[in-house]
Design a protein around this ligand. Structure first.
Ligand SMILES: [Zn+2]
Length: 209
């Protein structure tokens, strides 16, 4: 990649030189006014911190019980994976696979990628896989659907509450926190800045070697 990149305006398709606005400035399309890029404050640092927090929360959200229910003296607890297993046992194999991918596997890969990318940028470590990681992370953006799973959890809880009193577990709280962090992570990621920093790193690296 070199300095003279061209982008089409996503709104009106006007061909434009890739804009690199400074912090606090915005780049608008001169024809239709579409907001092309708006550098987020300390996006690398923020993404790095949120990725670490998300990565730590991922484990209690998946391993600790989300809900507990007592039926005839027996305590049953459910973790995130129990929902997937229940769907699988009910014969809804495809739904089980989709739920597993969208609520467990893709979020983990997405968090790992954003941790790797922001960590490398934060410490200025060049890596030839950075471009590939960025592409994969953008593809996964559409596939991380923790909120959809959350809706399922709420529906299941309301149904179960009719049978017996529910006890909410730490897994549920960790899962809610994970949703908030994932949302902040994707909304605060300044991808124009990330691409620019990745370009700089690879340039510096090729000068050094
Ligand atoms: Zn435009």
């Amino acid at each position: 990649m070199n300095g003279t990149n061209y982008d089409a305006c996503p709104e009106c398709d006007l061909l434009l030189r890739t804009a690199h606005p400074k912090m606090g400035e915005k780049a608008h399309c001169p024809r239709c006014g579409f907001l092309l890029s708006r550098p987020r404050k300390q996006s690398v640092e923020r993404t790095f911190a949120l990725s670490i927090a998300g990565f730590i929360l991922f484990f209690p959200a998946n391993l600790l019980p989300m809900v507990g229910i007592t039926v005839l003296g027996n305590v049953n607890t459910g973790i995130l994976m129990s929902g997937v297993i229940a769907l699988f046992n009910d014969g809804m194999v495809i739904v089980a696979v989709v739920v597993f991918l969208a609520s467990i596997f893709f979020p983990l890969v997405h968090l790992t990628l954003s941790l790797l990318i922001s960590g490398h940028l934060y410490f200025n470590w060049p890596n030839r896989y950075l471009v590939g990681w960025m592409r994969w992370m953008h593809h996964l953006d559409e596939w991380v659907m923790l909120e959809v799973y959350m809706l399922g959890v709420i529906v299941a809880c309301v149904k179960l509450m009719a049978i017996a009193p529910l006890k909410f577990g730490w897994g549920l709280y960790a899962f809610i926190a994970l949703i908030i962090i994932t949302t902040l992570l994707t909304s605060g990621l300044d991808s124009a800045l990330f691409w620019q920093r990745i370009g700089q790193l690879s340039k510096e690296n090729s000068h050094a070697s």
